[in-house]
Design a protein around this ligand. Structure first.
Ligand SMILES: *Cc1c(COP(=O)(O)O)cnc(C)c1O
Length: 377
């Protein structure tokens, strides 16, 4: 089955009525016929549900769909993408361990890695996530390689095959934050990664309606470590309603990614004509573009003149959104971190949505036209 068909062929588990979508089990606890039965559910000796923080049929339906699409043994859904990232880092790393991560990581993850230093978990950053650079940072303490496939907002594309080969050779884990790519564009587990993380708040839910996250594990071993580990005690569970929004979002993922990527390619081409190719970064995959406006003032002037494009901190929305990362998502990062992450003071990140490309191009052109009056843009 090809991908778009696969998206629509999932059958909700535990759904006896033939409903084409899983119901939203908006409930905290599940009653059982006997104390023994609840004991068995707690001990994983009997199938069933006890408490929504630990499992719920609507959440399970989403976990099974995403695990199937990524080719994993199973998934653990979380309250947010950050909860998913934290579950991986805290689930597999201990005091004294090191990880190697891309310098151009999402700002929230970068901030979290900073906090982990306090717990004795040290990160070494690679400018590019390829075999040579990561090999140079490996030590006896390295337990995990953490990379984004298309980094946000540096838009570096990681060499997943090279990293997977290295991880296999050293017996360490490769975790990929695939938020900006989604399984519509890449399936990291098939390329040798052990774990895939998504902020499903973004392209998977797809319309900017809810926050959620998920970790997919290739093997049962890591799945059990995740589910029985610190995740079990952190309380960062996904709400059933948001699991349902992610579930229905998945069904149209392929179509939306196709449209968003086509729009991004068209907009990038137009922006290159206006600003010159060296100012526009679009890696040719995904739907995020960055533009260097020349100065922070120019970036703000351009953003303020956009009429269609909204100024907001999100990606993967149906709407096109623009942000100035240096003053927002990367506020907490120091100058060296910003430099390494490719977050320049004049950088605008555009998450391209599903509007008509002509209208998006026209919006940037009118903004550039007006912005050039007095701003030299
Ligand atoms: C947004 C994002 C996250 C965090 O996800 P939330 O759902 O906002 O917590 C993690 N990684 C990447 C690449 C993201 O874009």
């Amino acid at each position: 089955m090809k991908f778009s068909t696969q998206l629509l062929q999932g059958k909700p588990p535990f759904e006896p009525t033939g409903a084409t979508l899983p119901p939203i089990y908006q409930v905290s606890a599940f009653a059982h016929e006997s104390a023994e039965q609840l004991e068995n559910v707690f001990a994983n000796k009997a199938p069933g549900f006890a408490y929504t923080r630990l499992q719920n049929p609507t959440i399970l339906a989403f976990e099974q769909r995403i695990a199937q699409l990524e080719g994993g043994a199973g998934a653990v859904a979380c309250a947010s993408g950050m909860a998913a990232v934290a579950s991986v880092l805290l689930g597999f790393l201990s005091q004294g361990d090191e990880l190697i991560a891309c310098a151009g990581l999402f700002g929230g993850t970068l901030e979290l890695l900073g906090h982990l230093e306090r717990f004795g978990i040290h990160t070494r950053f690679a400018k590019q996530m390829n075999l040579e650079q990561v090999l140079a940072l490996l030590t006896d303490r390295t337990k995990l390689i953490f990379t984004e496939y298309i980094s946000n907002p540096a838009l570096e594309v990681a060499d997943l095959e090279g990293l997977a080969e290295l991880a296999a050779r050293r017996g360490i884990l490769l975790a990929v934050d695939s938020t900006t790519a989604t399984p519509a564009l890449v399936r990291p587990l098939a390329l040798g990664a052990h774990l895939v993380v998504h902020s499903s708040s973004k392209y998977i839910t797809g319309n900017g309606s809810a926050i959620s996250g998920v970790v997919v594990a290739l093997r049962l071993r890591e799945l059990q470590t995740l589910r029985q580990g610190i995740w079990h005690s952190m309380g960062a569970c996904l709400a059933p309603q948001n699991a349902w929004l992610a579930y229905i979002g998945l069904e149209t993922l392929a179509l939306r990614m196709e449209r968003a990527a086509a729009n991004a390619a068209a907009l990038a081409q137009a922006l290159r004509k206006t600003y010159g190719p060296q100012r526009v970064n679009y890696p040719g995959v995904g739907a995020i573009i960055t533009l260097r406006a020349g100065s922070r003032a120019n970036a703000f002037a351009l953003m303020n003149r956009l009429r269609l494009v909204k100024i907001a901190t999100n990606i993967g929305d149906v709407r096109t959104l623009a942000i100035h990362p240096a003053s927002t998502i990367y506020r907490e990062a120091n100058a060296a971190q910003k430099q390494a992450a490719g977050v320049f003071d004049d950088l605008i990140r555009v998450s391209v949505g599903l509007e008509d490309a002509e209208n998006l191009i026209a919006d940037f052109q009118q903004a550039a036209g007006e912005a050039s009056n007095g701003n030299g843009l």
